[in-house]
Write a protein that binds this ligand. Structure first.
Ligand SMILES: [Zn+2]
Length: 141
């Protein structure tokens, strides 16, 4: 009894390659989307960290709104080190009354519409949070 074939035929191999390619084609966009979403989420968390350190520094230094704040002002006193954007964007600390930004913008911003973060809206102008911290100070007294 001889086996019908000793290996895969060209058509079988082509079929497998086509199926693998098709599956990759289906999965790739969602893989890339998930990766971009997690990158922008991390980026927003970084910006949030910078913003918190910045607010502490601005309060401690009694800076007026619009006063320039640099990375040297908040690192390492208020932030151990300046985090890096996972997608390669560069962070701008910005002035005392504006939130830090990522050079990639879009979903990489605290005020951006992307990433579906629930706190991005309340941070967008900073006033909401400042009002909250005033409440906390009031409660402590
Ligand atoms: Zn970023």
């Amino acid at each position: 009894m001889r086996s019908r074939s000793t290996g895969f035929t060209l058509i079988e191999i082509a079929l497998v390659v086509a199926i693998v390619g098709l599956l990759l084609g289906i999965a790739m966009p969602s893989i890339l989307r998930a990766r971009a979403a997690s990158q922008s989420k991390t980026c927003i968390q970084n910006l949030w960290q910078i913003e918190q350190a910045k607010e502490e520094y601005v309060m401690d230094a009694h800076l007026h709104s619009g006063s320039p704040v640099t990375a040297d002002d908040i690192v390492p006193t208020y932030l151990t080190s300046l985090p890096a954007c996972p997608a390669g964007g560069a962070y701008k600390i910005n002035a005392a009354d504006s939130v830090p930004t990522c050079s990639l913008g879009g979903a990489h911003s605290l005020s951006g519409t992307g990433a579906g973060s629930d706190w991005s809206e309340s941070v967008s102008d900073g006033s909401h949070r400042r009002r909250q911290s005033e409440h906390w100070e009031f409660d402590r007294r």
